[in-house]
Ligand binder design. Structure first.
Ligand code: H79
Length: 433
């Protein structure tokens, strides 16, 4: 790729590093996808997937009545799981806003919920000390001026050009751009300091949309002016600009694919089960070990994990989500020092098979995550020997002795208990010289 030359603002590298500091240390956040799609409970793309018209979708607006919505419970769950920030869908592709907007009637205020749900969400998560992020969909399948494109619910069968023309007669993206700018203005002015803006997404090309459709440059200038400290994702289609984004957003990629982001500033967003919105019948839930693997692999490659929950139409996390979060919380309670403030290890330390490394530069600690527990109770760390001054388990600070007979200069052999500690992935903490 050609080096991006153009710039939108005039921030220095040092200023940017300072702005990003909390986010890089946090490493673990909660994504929340909640909207009318929680009612059909079969994917947040249901409107597009099933070609549902605004009229056909109206029943979900009429029935939306989240009697159990209590964001204080959500915030407590996120905090207990070890998450440091949260990102909520203030509006998803369906166009329904959880916040009270002057620019639409298609909002939570006009449902049986009768109130601004974003306001309560922000208050609850701030009270738990989490940083606040807003997801806002650039795409809008409800707005009458948003043109029909290849992802739109009304997309013509067989991509028929004449049908596209007919459908888009009377739709005017200039009006939609104004609406988009107005609503971004609302969410960035009505709720105090907002830490992250997660815009989603661009798909430039034929029957797609990109920076000209959103007026991305002007929109980003507006965002930075309203919230100078905010961190913005990379989905505005501004790759030509050196400062067109703050972080990359690999979505639902496998752990194997995360290594190629090493050295970049990035966050992978992941689901429990495949879809982002609550999907009742999805039976593809990741195991607790897979979730831990996602978190550790992210940090081991210098990135963040934004793990999604899709609350139900009633406004609650379902049992499967709660159980998974509880499990992560137990691990994080004991082992979070290998996550917060950590990144990939210096090249000279190679992970031995069945392990992954994270590194805390300030504390001079190396963390060895034991994905496979050695049956013989020994672990050989080649090339670490001369640098390590002490070794212990992270979860209980119990010493790990060096096997003097087996260790040679440069190579360290640690004696582990034959009985694996009661954690899916135990962690060894090595103090470096
Ligand atoms: O908000 C979440 C998703 O709804 C949104 N971004 C995350 C954070 C997103 N989902 N997919 N995409 C962005 C890219 C498009 C994927 C698609 Fe498909 C593949 C669209 C049509 C085929 C996935 C599968 C959605 C519908 C079927």
């Amino acid at each position: 790729a050609v080096q991006a030359q153009k710039k939108i603002g005039n921030e220095t590298d040092e200023q940017k590093a300072k702005r990003m500091e909390w986010w890089k240390d946090a490493r673990f956040g909660m994504f929340i996808h909640w909207g009318l799609y929680a009612l059909p409970a079969r994917h947040e793309w249901v409107k597009s997937n099933e070609h549902i018209t605004n009229e056909g979708y109206q029943k979900y607006f009429d029935q939306f009545n989240p009697t159990q919505f209590n964001p204080k419970l959500w915030a407590k769950k996120a905090k207990a799981a070890g998450m440091k920030y949260v990102v909520l869908t203030t509006k998803h592709h369906e166009g329904f806003t959880l916040f009270d907007s002057k620019f639409t009637d298609y909002k939570a205020t006009n449902t049986l919920a009768k109130r601004d749900l974003v306001k309560e969400f922000v208050d609850a998560f701030r009270a738990e000390g989490l940083k606040i992020g807003f997801y806002y969909s650039l795409i809008d399948w409800h707005h009458p001026d948003f043109t029909v494109d290849a992802y739109h619910p009304l997309k013509p069968a067989n991509n028929d050009e004449n049908q596209y023309l007919a459908l888009n007669k009377g739709r005017n993206m200039a009006n939609y751009r104004k609406y988009l700018s107005n609503q971004v203005n609302e969410i960035l002015t009505k709720y105090g300091k907002i830490d992250i803006l997660w815009l989603d997404f661009s798909y430039p090309g034929k029957h797609g949309k990109g920076k000209d459709d959103w007026a991305s440059v002007d929109l980003l200038k507006q965002i930075r002016k309203l919230q100078p400290g905010i961190i913005v994702d990379n989905r505005l289609d501004l790759d030509d600009y050196a400062d067109g984004a703050d972080f990359e957003t690999p979505e639902q990629v496998s752990t194997d694919a995360l290594a190629k982001f090493k050295g970049k500033t990035w966050e992978t967003c992941q689901t429990f089960s495949g879809s982002w919105g609550y999907y009742r019948d999805e039976n593809t839930w990741k195991t607790n070990k897979q979730l831990l693997n996602l978190l550790i692999t992210s940090v081991a490659n210098g990135g963040n994990l934004l793990l999604n929950v899709g609350p139900t139409a009633k406004g609650e996390f379902d049992n499967r989500a709660n159980t998974a979060l509880d499990s992560l919380g137990i691990w994080m309670h004991a082992n979070s020092s290998s996550i917060y403030g950590c990144t990939f290890a210096p090249d000279k330390y190679k992970p031995t098979p069945g392990t992954q490394l994270t590194y805390n530069k300030t504390g001079k600690k190396l963390y060895v995550h034991l994905f496979e527990y050695p049956k013989d109770g020994k672990i050989v760390l080649d090339g670490y020997g001369d640098d390590v001054i002490y070794a212990q388990f992270l979860h209980d600070n119990s010493e790990l002795l060096v096997d003097k007979d087996k260790s040679t200069s440069g190579s360290l052999v640690l004696k582990l208990p034959i009985q694996k500690p009661n954690f899916q992935i135990p962690v060894i903490e090595l103090s470096l010289k």
